[in-house]
Design a protein around this ligand. Structure first.
Ligand SMILES: O=C(O)CCC(=O)C(=O)O
Length: 276
């Protein structure tokens, strides 16, 4: 028996490569996390912005809380088993009326993690709907290998390289409409993307990217992990620490080290490098 997801949700993930919506917390709780995010953005504007959006859970307690949320971990366990670690996290925020979009892509393309059997929960801290540029997924696409990605570096594309898969049949796409406090989970190879936020509200999503089952290896860089459930340290596993307080000096150094390693991995072999 699954711990938290229904058998149908587990089956949907394996068949389609994603599952949504999954209820994690009430709308009020999600709103409280959004307020904490906004307060932290005000206090530390250089450490939480579109250019510095990677791995904030290593430096902020409220995000560390989220990546350890028991229901998120139970859902992950239902999909990838009892032993897993966390590679990282990304705040995907689209400001009101922003042109930012995410082209069709597969996460596993540039993450250097093998095998490609990891899962990303995406937690909605605000609503995420069609007008706000919610994520859309191509069902069953995780069953195929990695497609060729064109590296556009388009200024409005918020993926690192502006990478995109050409020729995706968009008529197949499923839009993941989430209320605040709901999440989706997607497989490392599922083709997905999102459009611009045409609304007057902020779309705030937290991608916990990704929980990796035991046996996961990093083949392009240093092997940094935050242990989550069960024993799953590989030989070259470098264990990360949880922050003792927001922006604790040791946490700042650790996040910088991990983000430098991420940049080396995500831009491996790229013709250009952006700041995120
Ligand atoms: O937040 C978005 O619109 C896209 C996020 C994404 O691509 C991901 O979580 O893998």
């Amino acid at each position: 028996m699954p711990r938290f997801l229904s058998k149908q949700q587990v089956a949907q993930y394996h068949e389609q490569g994603f599952v949504a919506p999954v209820d994690i917390m009430s709308e009020d709780e999600a709103e409280a996390y959004l307020q904490r995010l906004q307060a932290a953005e005000t206090e530390y504007p250089d450490d939480l912005n579109a250019e510095n959006r990677n791995n904030p859970h290593l430096a902020f307690s409220f995000l560390d809380e989220l990546v350890h949320h028991p229901l998120i971990l139970d859902a992950v366990e239902d999909l990838i088993g009892v032993r897993f670690s966390l590679w990282g996290s990304v705040l995907f925020i689209k400001e009101p009326q922003s042109k930012h979009y995410v082209s069709w892509h597969q996460d596993a393309t540039y993450m250097g993690i093998e095998p490609q059997n990891f899962v990303t929960p995406w937690l909605a801290l605000s609503a995420s709907n069609l007008e706000m540029g919610c994520m859309s997924m191509i069902p069953g696409s995780h069953k195929n290998p990695i497609h060729r990605h064109e590296e556009t570096f388009h200024e409005d594309n918020i993926l690192t390289r502006g990478q995109q898969i050409e020729g995706v049949d968009e008529s197949l796409a499923v839009d993941l409409i989430l209320k605040p406090g709901q999440m989706s989970l997607h497989h490392a190879r599922t083709i997905h993307g999102s459009r611009q936020n045409r609304s007057s509200k902020r779309r705030a999503g937290y991608a916990i990217q990704a929980y990796v089952p035991q046996g996961g290896r990093q083949v392009l860089g240093e092997n940094y992990w935050l242990p989550m459930r069960g024993e799953c340290r590989e030989a070259d596993f470098i264990e990360l620490a949880r922050p003792s307080a927001d922006m604790a000096p040791q946490a700042i150094v650790e996040r910088q080290r991990v983000n430098q390693n991420w940049a080396d991995i995500l831009y491996h072999g790229a013709s250009r490098k952006r700041s995120y």
